[in-house]
Design a binder for this molecule. Structure first.
Ligand code: BLA
Length: 235
């Protein structure tokens, strides 16, 4: 379902000089015979970023997922790029979340970094259903202009493809602007906030139960703390 997006994401990463690096042992892929699912992950070393991860989960008609987070180098203060796309084929249900995930919520910071996403939010109104968050806090590491939709095939086929492309372009343009500007925070502050993102996300991520049901608790705990949110494993 999301393979064209995965392809586009990997192409833009490569175009920006990204080099694939190794995913920690055993976390690069897994399969569940019972749930007939396969999970695969990639890790990229991209200029300007300290970490860029990508995960694809293919459980046939029951679930398709594309998930990715980009963590800028600590000397930049701009938001992380967060993508979480889920397609429940049996129910024809789409959950799509695309955000520039802000490190802080003050208005100077948001004005400086969120303009591009604000425009997309207006351009794609049917991906902005003002959905309620059940497990996350919308005021922590999410922006008010995120594209967040609990929808169906309609949105998946019409708005999502152009929105995904525009979203990637807008994020690169934010990144380029940030690289040429000055960070409002020092390296230690950015590191602290990015680490807290991992800790917060590992606590709230609604995916853990899902991973456990497919791949068992031991593997899922490792995947969560060593791959998805590594700073959460260093407590
Ligand atoms: C929701 N994400 C979800 C849900 C699942 C996943 C099962 C619940 C579906 C629902 O609300 O109906 C699945 N999350 C995954 C999977 C992975 C994962 C499979 O991390 C890993 C491979 N989630 C992110 C990122 C963002 C994000 C980077 O991982 C930011 C863009 C957002 N996911 C996000 C939000 C929700 C969600 C906002 C709704 C949760 C809520 O209601 O609080």
């Amino acid at each position: 379902m999301f393979d064209p997006f995965l392809e586009e994401l990997h192409q833009t990463i490569k175009k920006r000089g990204g080099k694939q690096i190794e995913v920690p042992n055993g976390l690069d892929a897994n399969q569940s015979l019972k749930r007939k699912s396969t999970i695969r992950s990639w890790l990229w070393d991209v200029p300007g970023f300290r970490r860029w991860r990508v995960t694809r989960l293919d459980a046939g008609d029951s679930l398709q997922v594309l998930n990715s987070v980009a963590y800028p180098d600590y000397n930049f203060d701009h938001p992380l790029m967060g993508v979480d796309l889920l397609w429940f084929g049996n129910r024809q249900k789409l959950v799509a979340v695309l955000d520039f995930q802000p490190l802080v919520q003050n208005s100077d910071y948001l004005d400086r970094h969120l303009g591009g996403l604000k425009e997309l939010n207006q351009k794609f109104p049917d991906l902005n259903g003002e959905e309620t968050m059940r497990s996350f806090d919308p005021n922590q590491y999410f922006s008010s202009w995120l594209l967040f939709c609990r929808g169906g095939a309609d949105q998946a086929q019409t708005s999502l493809p152009p929105a995904f492309s525009d979203f990637l372009k807008a994020y690169w343009s934010l990144h380029d602007k940030a690289q040429n500007g000055e960070s409002s925070m020092n390296v230690a502050e950015v590191k602290q906030l990015q680490d807290n993102y991992d800790i917060y996300s590992a606590e709230r991520d609604p995916a853990h139960g899902l991973f456990t049901s497919h791949f068992g608790k031991e593997w899922s705990d490792r995947f969560l703390h060593e791959f998805l949110f590594p700073a959460s494993g260093q407590q």
